[in-house]
Design a binder for this molecule. Sequence first.
Ligand code: HGY
Ligand code: MN
Ligand code: MN
Ligand code: MN
Length: 414
Amino acid sequence: MENPAQQLRVDGARLWRSLMAMAEIGATPAGGCNRQALTDEDREGRDLFVRWCREIGCEIRVDRMGNLFARRPGIDNSLPAVMTGSHLDTQPTGGKFDGVYGVLAGLEVLRTLEGKGVRTRAPLELVVWTNEEGARFSPAMVGSGVWAGEFSLEYGHSRRDKAGKSIGEELARIGYLGSEPAQPTQIKAAFEAHIEQGPVLEKQNQVIGVVTGVQGIRWYDVTFSGTPCHAGPTPMEDRRDPVQALSGLCERLYAEVKAYSGDARITCGDLRAEPGSRNTVPEKVVLALDLRHPAPEGLAHLHRTLYRLAAQVQEATGVAITVREEWHSPPVAFDKDCIEAVHSAAQRLGYSHRRMVSGAGHDAVYVSRVAPVSMIFVPCAGGLSHNEAESAEPAHLEAGCNVLLQAMLASAEL
Ligand code: HGY
Ligand code: MN
Ligand code: MN
Ligand code: MN
C-alpha cells in the first residue's frame, strides 16, 4: 500500500503549459528555440522562471556565475537540501525541451507540493545553471563547473563569444551577476530530468531512462595553417591549402573512430576559414572538434588517434596542424542510491524503464562532484535534439516528472 507521499502525482497539463510558455521566448519560425546563454532571450526566460518560483513562495538567490537557485524551505532547514534543475539556455537551433524540461519538471514538483500543502523535512533547491550548452560560450556546463570547483570564477567570467563578449560582461548586462559565491552549499542528493536526446528509449518503447552515468567528452580546436594565394594563377601543386589538410584529417579520423567502437563519437560542429574569401586559398582553417566515448580508455584512445593522424596529415601535406585541447569532461558514474531511488520510483509507478548511460553532457556531471546524483530520461521523437524539430510526448514528460517527484521525496524524507 502506497503511503500518502507515494500517492502524490504532478499535474502534467500544467507542466505542458509552462513548457509551451517558456518555448515562446526565443521561438524560431521553424518551431524551435534560440535562447542562447546570457542573451536578452535568456534573461526573459530567467525572469519568467523567477516569477513562477516566487508565486509559490520560493526564496531566490543568484551566484557570481549567474546560477539561479529557487529554494523551498523544509521543516528542518538545517538539513542539506535535495536539489533538482537543469538549464534554460539553448543551442542556436535548439528545441523546446533540452534543459528546459529539467527546470520546469522541477518547478512542477514544487508546485505540486505547494498545492497539496506538503512540506518536506529537508529543503528543496531548484537550479537554473548558466551556459550549459557551450554553444555561445565554450566550454559547456561552465556555470555548474565553476560552482563545483572544476573551473575558477575568473576563468568562467573570462570566456568570450565570437563577438568578443565575455560571460562576466553579459551576466552584468542582463542583470544576473549575483552576489552569492559560486560554490557548493550542502546538498544531500540531486536529480536532473532530461529528454534522452537519442533514440534508445523510443526504439525500445520504454518510458523512463534510469541514468547510471555520462560518457566522456573532449573538445579541441584544430588549426590548419596554409599559405594564402590567388585562386586562379596558383597551380594546385604549388599550394599549401589548409582545406585539403582538413579533409585529409577528417577522412582518416572519421574512418578510425567508426572502426574503433560503435560507442565512439566524432562531431565537427563549427568551422571557420580566414580570411574567408572565395577566391583566396585560406591562410587558416580552425575546426571545433568534439570527441566522446563512455570509457576513459576509449576516450584516451580517440585522443591519441587525433594527435597521431594530425602528425601524419601535416607530414603528407606540408600544412602545419596544431591541436589545442579546449575541454575535457571525463566519463562519470552516478551514485548507486540515487540510481536506485529513480529505479524504484519508476518501478512503483509502473513505468517501463531501463538503465542507461547518457550520451549528452549535463550539469549533473559537475553536481556529482559534490553530491550524490542520478538523472531521469524520457524519450524524444526520433531521438532528435539540438534540432528545432525536437519534440516529446506530454504523457512521457509527466511520467518523468512523477519519477522526479518520488525520487526527491524519498531523499527529502517526507
Ligand atoms: O554537449 C552536450 O552534450 C550538452 O548538450 N552540453
Ligand atoms: Mn541539455
Ligand atoms: Mn544540449
Ligand atoms: Mn526494473
